[in-house]
Structure formats: structure tokens, C-alpha cells
Design a protein around this ligand. Structure first.
Ligand code: COA
Length: 191
């Protein structure tokens, strides 16, 4: 059984195993989910992404982990921590980065926020991050809305062009949360 990274009231965050490549693709590779992520992926594109996600776990001890429903083990998406590696990110490269992607059935229930809170707890404790970055695009209101709800600060001075994408997915906009600000932000977000 894949290693459990954290459990919350409703969720289990866990490592990826070999069978997840097909299972995740089957439930997650949908236009609704991929609108702001470059569109649906071919099996080859997903396979490369899957290998990168497993590589982050190997190289850093963390990745965007699988988020499962604790009740039935269903895959709801991923959430967790990688390191900034977007081309064009400049001085942000290598910083801890939080990210999330859920299947539509899991939207609007506070599930992403629940998974993100536990990911930030891990970032600032187990992984000793001095700060955490989150990246999205202006058009992805649900994603930057979550960044705001978590108490992250918009840092337009750090925005950059991600050369993998065209103008519809640029600029890449940046949010940041410092370790010292997390206890108060955490209390406010669960209040
Ligand atoms: C980005 C994404 C993860 C956000 O998910 P989300 O469900 O909107 O985020 P949250 O978990 O914070 O849930 C907030 C919503 O749940 C509602 N909610 C219901 N029960 C709740 C609870 N117990 N606790 C908190 N919020 C709750 C909130 O009112 C809010 O609803 P609203 O959006 O109608 O205002 C999701 O839209 C997604 O996966 N998108 C596709 C992939 C993607 O673009 N990823 C980001 C790339 S940068």
C-alpha cells in the first residue's frame, strides 16, 4: 500500500504507486480540469508528467501527492509540494511550491483547502520551507481564490512569462506565504 503522508478529517494524502498512472488519468484528464493547464493531455504527455511527479518525491521527499477520499479510497486529485521549475521563474526557481488539481466532483466542498492546509503544515514543519510559492494565471479564479483564502500574498513583482505556454496562459502570477505568517493565516482560514 502506498505510503500515507497525512490524513485530515475527510482526506488521505499519499504517495503515488505504479497503478496510479492509469487511474489518475482516467478520472482527471478532462477539459474542465485542464482548462488553465494547457488542455487535456495525451497518454504520452501524462506519462511524462507522472514520471516528473514521482521524480519530485525521489529528489525532494515531497511532491503533489494523491488526494483520496478517506471513506472509500477514491482518487479526488492531487495536492502538495514541489519545487518551482517553470521556465522563466528566475529567482523563484527551486523554492517550495504548493499546487492542487481536483476532479470536478470534489470542487466547491472545501476539499482543496483542507488538503492545502495540511500541505502547508508539512511545508513549514517537516520540510522546513522558509516560504511557499503558488503559481497560476489571472483567469483561474478558483485557484487564486484558494491562495487568497489560505492567506497567501499576491506578489505581482514576481510574475513571469512561462515560455511553455502562449498568451492565454501568461503571465504566470505569483502568490507567496512566509513561514512566520502561517500560524495566524492558518487560524484565520479555519475560523
Ligand atoms: C483550483 C481548485 C483546486 C479549487 O477547488 P475549490 O473546490 O474551489 O476550492 P476549496 O476547497 O477552497 O473550496 C471552496 C468552495 O467550497 C465551498 N465549501 C463547501 N463546503 C466547505 C467547507 N467545509 N470548507 C470550506 N469550503 C467549503 C466554499 O464555499 C467555496 O465555494 P465557492 O467556490 O462556491 O465559493 C479546483 O477548481 C480545480 O481543481 N481546478 C482545476 C485544476 C486547476 O486549475 N488547478 C490549479 C492550477 S494553478
Amino acid at each position: 500500500m502506498a505510503e500515507t503522508v497525512a490524513e485530515t478529517a475527510r482526506l488521505r494524502l499519499r504517495a503515488w504507486d505504479g497503478e496510479d498512472e492509469a487511474r489518475f488519468y482516467a478520472v482527471m484528464n478532462r477539459p474542465q480540469v485542464m482548462t488553465h493547464l494547457g488542455g487535456v493531455q495525451s497518454p504520452e504527455e501524462w506519462s511524462a508528467a507522472f514520471n516528473r511527479l514521482r521524480g519530485f518525491q525521489r529528489d525532494f521527499g515531497h511532491t503533489f501527492w494523491i488526494v483520496e477520499d478517506r471513506k472509500n479510497g477514491e482518487i479526488l486529485g492531487f495536492c502538495g509540494l514541489k519545487r518551482v521549475n517553470a521556465p522563466g521563474a528566475g529567482g523563484l526557481t527551486g523554492a517550495h511550491e504548493i499546487g492542487w488539481r481536483l476532479r470536478p466532483e470534489a470542487w466547491g466542498k472545501g476539499i482543496a483547502k483542507e488538503a492545502a492546509i495540511t500541505s502547508l503544515d508539512l511545508a513549514f514543519s517537516r520540510f522546513a520551507a522558509p516560504f511557499v510559492i503558488a503559481l497560476t494565471v489571472e483567469g483561474n479564479g478558483p485557484s487564486w481564490g484558494l491562495m487568497t483564502r489560505l492567506g497567501m500574498t499576491r506578489r505581482s513583482d514576481l510574475d513571469f512569462i512561462d515560455e511553455r505556454f502562449g498568451p492565454e496562459l501568461n503571465p504566470c502570477i505569483v502568490y507567496r506565504l512566509d513561514a512566520g505568517d502561517w500560524p495566524a493565516a492558518r487560524a484565520a482560514t479555519i475560523a
